[in-house]
Design a protein around this ligand. Structure first.
Ligand SMILES: NC(=O)C1=CN([C@@H]2O[C@H](COP(=O)(O)OP(=O)(O)OC[C@H]3O[C@@H](n4cnc5c(N)ncnc54)[C@H](O)[C@@H]3O)[C@@H](O)[C@H]2O)C=CC1
Ligand SMILES: NCC(=O)COP(=O)(O)O
Length: 332
């Protein structure tokens, strides 16, 4: 039986989303059917696209053209210059993709990058990013951002908040939920039977026994100990600066970091082109490229679609893993 195609949201049309969507279709074609939700007039001139009415039409259209589920925008796409009038439509497209995946017409969502400030300025977007908006649409309180490439998976426990707010936001409940959601997703969506998690400290040298900070002893170590007592394979808190070299990476399936840059700098350094952003803990599958809207190169035809292609492939693999997991009745 054919699985439903993947829904790709257009993201910010003034960014590189339209051109990498076209490039991803040129690479994947019918081998990995997906459809773009967006305004086809935003696609680069000469893109072979075809309007579809039902997502399932993507299964045959994708052999010859990029399938597009039309969502008309009020303004054209001017590379590097987001139009405030388009902001609401960017947000609507994401909500439409969620409806499709929740209804079973799409097997997963893959999101092209949005420009957070453009959405805030143009439409009062009240969320720091897709992650938090998708959690609201999916009706879940807590989700986890994970970035993954073939050599590394990283999770920032706190996400899009100022660095000054990290210590107070880092509660035992947040850390514990993040670890549990990651552990369950590695089993269900990534097919890892017994996931190994490694947790960073917050401070230099993981606090150096209290000489350089107290969050390790007061928050991180007790949560790690409690979950280890439940049987999870979790180590830490480790010094973050020594957790990401090649030998250290062999000791875990995912690294749980305390804040955004602690997690994202290692993976974007290791594999900026091929990294994938995944939201764990949603009732549906969502992946995204690891990069943003790249206004500085939009419209020039030089954007690299590798990360988007990896994101579409990962969504497809996750859908397979989740389906197999449901079939065996092992819900992890
Ligand atoms: N999932 C999402 O919706 C994401 C959205 N963003 C948003 O994107 C906007 C811009 O963020 P920046 O920090 O400037 O990061 P960015 O990733 O857009 O750009 C950083 C640098 O990398 C280059 N670059 C990015 N993607 C590329 C690609 N596919 N091929 C070749 N070069 C590429 C850009 O040209 C730029 O020089 C912000 O509003 C940010 O919040 C950032 C990350 C993810
Ligand atoms: N730095 C990662 C990022 O901004 C991704 O955000 P989201 O839109 O996927 O929540």
């Amino acid at each position: 039986m054919n699985r439903a195609p993947i829904a790709l949201t257009c993201g910010e049309p003034a960014g590189i989303g339209p051109e990498i969507a076209a490039a991803a279709w040129a690479t994947l074609g019918a081998r990995l059917p997906f459809f773009l939700i967006g305004d086809p007039t935003h696609l680069p001139a000469g893109t072979p696209w075809r309007e579809i009415v039902h997502p399932e039409d993507a299964l045959h259209v994708s052999a010859s053209a990029l399938p597009v589920l039309r969502h008309d925008f009020p303004a054209p796409a001017r590379p590097g210059q987001p139009a405030p009038e388009n902001a609401a439509a960017v947000i609507e497209v994401i909500a439409r993709a969620v409806q499709l995946v929740e209804g079973g017409a799409a097997s997963a969502i893959c999101t092209a990058p949005i420009h957070k400030k453009a959405l805030k300025d143009g439409a009062g977007f009240a969320y720091p990013g897709h992650t938090e908006y998708l959690a609201a649409l999916g009706g879940v309180h807590r989700v986890v951002m994970m970035l993954a490439c073939p050599d590394l998976r990283v999770v920032p426990t706190t996400i899009h908040i100022p660095l000054s707010e990290v210590p107070t936001s880092l509660t035992p409940a947040l850390l514990s939920d993040t670890l549990r959601i990651t552990h369950a997703a590695l089993i269900r969506d990534f097919g890892i039977e017994s996931p190994r998690l490694a947790v960073t400290g917050l401070n230099p040298h993981a606090g150096e026994g209290g000489a350089m900070g107290h969050e390790e002893a007061e928050v991180i170590a007790p949560v790690v100990a409690a979950l280890r007592a439940e049987g999870m394979a979790i180590s830490g808190p480790h010094s973050a600066d020594t957790m990401f070299h090649a030998a250290a990476r062999r000791n875990y399936d995912a690294a749980i970091a305390m804040y955004h840059d602690q997690a994202l700098i290692p993976i974007k350094t290791l594999d900026f082109a091929g990294g994938v952003n995944v939201t764990l803990g949603l009732p549906f599958i969502r992946t995204s490229p690891d990069h943003g809207t790249a206004f500085d190169i939009a419209g020039q035809g030089v954007a690299d679609a590798t990360s988007l292609i990896a994101a579409l492939r990962m969504a497809d693999e996750m859908a397979r893993s989740r389906a197999a997991h449901h079939r065996t009745g092992d819900r992890g």
